[in-house]
Design a protein around this ligand. Structure first.
Ligand SMILES: [Fe+2]
Ligand SMILES: [Fe+2]
Length: 308
């Protein structure tokens, strides 16, 4: 076993006493006092969505702005639930029992199952928060467009490369999420949301290291034809993770359609800059391999606007 993989296994050594599912109290229930909080930023920080930084949105009446922020929280939590069970844990299944298992040692497959248990718990508490907040504010729900985009990428994947595609989605997701959660938890938030983010972040630091190392290990072993495929897929997946959810924004601003269009256009115009920002941790993990040293692979990333 190489040194890097050993590091990731060490990180999970005390999983039984340190993971959120094994050690944190279930503290995600909203009280009357929590629901009495009317400051919009306490429900979802504007830094996580370019729509919330738009001047016309910031100047909405406070009551309306509160609903916009709460709606973003519900949507993000719904997205997290789907992402964990539909994509991340399916990637883990490919490592443990799918056709990628041959690339990993038994100890790594063992660690992957700890991660699987973590993600199921994250899906559970994210769903719990989303359901309570949606019910309280009487908010409509939509299927997150990002999940649909990832499903589409999977549908296009050749059957024999399905697990490799799933792995690429899991790798991107797990290396991006820590940064997103960190951004989400920088300001003050309503109690149960703070608990959820802290508990989620606590686990995700380990997950990011594990998936980065799995990626390096897989990259070293897969044949050239699969390397070609991975180098083409990663920019597509990173782009899918950076796209603003336009149907969601239209729904949030459905009583102000002109503002909905303005905000959607603003989010789309900011997409390229946001993508470079949010993809940094994944690119750092990719740079630990020789992938970008290959000129034809580099071009895929360059054409997607990910590297200059
Ligand atoms: Fe998670
Ligand atoms: Fe994770």
């Amino acid at each position: 076993m190489n040194e890097a993989t050993y590091r990731s296994i060490t990180l999970f050594r005390n999983w039984d006493s340190s993971s959120a599912v094994r050690s944190r109290p279930y503290a995600y229930q909203f009280t009357h006092e929590d629901f009495a909080q009317t400051e919009p930023s306490l429900w979802f920080p504007a830094t996580l969505s370019s729509a919330l930084t738009h001047d016309s949105v910031k100047s909405l009446p406070k009551k309306e702005l509160l609903l916009v922020h709460a709606h973003h929280l519900v949507h993000f939590m719904g997205y997290t639930t789907a992402l964990e069970v539909v994509h991340v844990n399916e990637a883990v299944r490919c490592i443990v029992a799918g056709n990628l298992s041959k690339y990993f040692e038994n100890e790594e497959r063992h660690v992957a199952l700890k991660l699987y248990a973590d993600e199921a718990y994250h899906a559970l508490f994210s769903k719990d928060i989303a359901d309570q907040v949606a019910k309280h504010f009487n908010l409509m729900r939509t299927k997150p467009t990002r999940i649909e985009g990832l499903n589409f990428i999977l549908e296009q994947s050749p059957p024999d490369l399905k697990c490799l595609t799933r792995f690429c989605i899991g790798f991107v997701s797990e290396t991006l999420i820590t940064r997103e959660l960190l951004k989400l938890s920088t300001g003050a938030l309503v109690g149960p949301v703070t608990n959820l983010l802290q508990d989620h972040l606590y686990d995700e630091g380990r997950h990011a290291v594990f998936f980065s190392e799995c990626f390096s290990q897989l990259w070293r072993q897969i044949p050239k034809i699969e390397r070609d495929y991975v180098a083409k897929m990663l920019p597509k997946i990173l782009t899918a993770f950076s796209q603003p959810d336009i149907p969601f924004l239209r729904m949030v601003f459905k009583t102000r359609p002109a503002l909905g269009e303005e905000v959607s256009a603003f989010a789309l115009a900011n997409q390229a800059v946001r993508m470079v920002e949010i993809c940094k941790p994944t690119l750092r993990a990719i740079e630990r391999t020789d992938l970008l040293d290959d000129e034809s692979y580099f071009v895929h990333f360059q054409s997607a606007g990910l590297v200059a």
